[in-house]
Design a protein around this ligand. Structure first.
Ligand SMILES: *Cc1c(COP(=O)(O)O)cnc(C)c1O
Length: 390
């Protein structure tokens, strides 16, 4: 029997699974202010420090002067501006696709894409650790969702080869958001055996971060864009703002504009956000030193932790995850870090599988090595104080 809402809330608290939002009173950045206290943040996805970049902010301000704040309507009515159009063109060119369409968020993009291209009983094959929005998208689409073990191509093969479904979508995160691991994109491409099979990659955490030019997981792995039918990215991560984009061939994108309900029935993102994203794209392209600093920081952090017993997952990305296991212990660690002025969030089920609660540390190009040292020392101290002598 379903217990009452208040009972359920009590249970969540007892299980260490209760969640709370905490209002920041500062811009997003390496240092953030909560309740009047300044923290060193290791939990935002603002990997290149663009969320409060003065040029990105200025671009948004100018667009507000010229286009106002509200977009006024959905893209198909009158909410689509020349700034949106020009951003789409620049993204297509940068990432090597024929065409691009913007969405208000990555969550909405994923719902729109999967539901547009799946049929009611079509197979939607997904990595078990795909982002929640991709899982929800399959449910919303009404397709036959099948999940393979994380990056396990043989398992994926078994499922797709035994499927009689007419439409088959292979869907994966490029970089897994809670692990930092990279999808086996080339092998996923090789699973396609019919003309109508589609490979869809959500590279929210790869674009801007990986590859010589910041083109993401495909560039990092040297995979031709022709192998990935649909590539999805967001502005909420390395671009430092908000919104999302979908790339594909002319017909693919044209079809999406006709069919994606999460594009058709929602207000267009404000033109100012398109202006901000255009400026961020400019910086992603023209300031590779940000990416270099980020990767130097990643290596520095991993080396410092390599001599400890902490279970750091394998990752060359900005997402560095330490598996703790139990909810309460993870929360406790997060609180103790907070006491030392460090913001590292405890990620718990249902965001991640049961008994894999974790500290998800995200690094930025803007962290100094001294700031990373601070985190490393705190982690070492906590490790020593929690491992009881045996
Ligand atoms: C963050 C994220 C999303 C959602 O994007 P929003 O723009 O925040 O809605 C989708 N997919 C992945 C892999 C993500 O990490």
């Amino acid at each position: 029997m379903l217990s009452s809402i208040s009972q359920q809330l009590t249970e969540l608290k007892q299980q260490g699974a209760y969640r709370q939002r905490r209002p920041l009173s500062s811009p997003q950045g390496i240092e953030v202010v909560i309740d009047g206290k300044t923290f060193l943040s290791f939990c935002s996805n603002d990997y290149l420090g663009l969320a409060n970049d003065s040029r990105v902010c200025q671009a948004a301000k100018e667009a507000i002067t010229n286009y106002g704040v509200g977009s006024g309507a959905s893209q198909l009515i009158s909410g689509y501006s020349s700034l949106h159009a020009s951003l789409e063109e620049q993204l297509s060119e940068f990432l090597g696709y024929q065409r691009c369409v913007l969405f208000s968020s990555g969550y909405l993009a994923n719902l729109g894409v999967i539901s547009a291209f799946s049929s009611r009983h079509g197979l939607i094959l997904e990595d078990r650790l795909n982002h929640a929005s991709l899982i929800d998208a399959a449910k919303y689409a009404g397709g036959d969702l099948k999940r393979y073990r994380h990056r396990d191509i043989n398992h994926a093969k078994d499922i797709i080869y035994s499927s009689q479904a007419e439409s088959r979508l292979i869907v994966s995160d490029g970089i897994f958001s809670m692990e930092g691991s990279i999808a086996p994109i080339e092998q996923l491409y090789q699973l396609k055996s019919r003309k109508t099979d589609k490979l869809i990659i959500d590279d929210a955490h790869g674009i801007g971060v990986l590859g010589k030019h910041g083109r993401g997981s495909l560039e990092h792995k040297n995979i031709a864009t022709s192998k990935v039918d649909i590539l999805i990215g967001t502005f909420g991560k390395s671009f430092g703002s908000s919104g999302a984009f979908v790339l594909g061939g002319n017909d693919t994108i044209d079809y999406l504009i006709q069919k994606a309900r999460t594009l058709i029935y929602t207000t267009a993102p404000p033109a100012a956000l398109a202006a901000a994203a255009k400026q961020s794209l400019n910086i992603v392209i023209n300031e590779p030193e940000r990416r270099q600093r980020l990767h130097t920081n990643i290596q520095y952090f991993r080396k410092a932790l390599s001599e400890t017993k902490l279970e750091l997952l394998d990752s060359i990305t900005a997402i560095q995850t330490i598996i703790i296991g139990e909810n309460k212990q993870t929360l406790q660690l997060s609180k103790q870090l907070e006491k030392r002025g460090l913001l590292v969030l405890a990620i718990r089920p249902p965001t991640v599988p049961k008994n894999t609660a974790r500290l998800r540390i995200t690094l930025s190009s803007e962290h100094s090595q001294q700031q990373i040292d601070q985190l490393v020392y705190a982690l070492l101290e906590l490790e020593n104080s929690t491992t009881s002598p045996s």
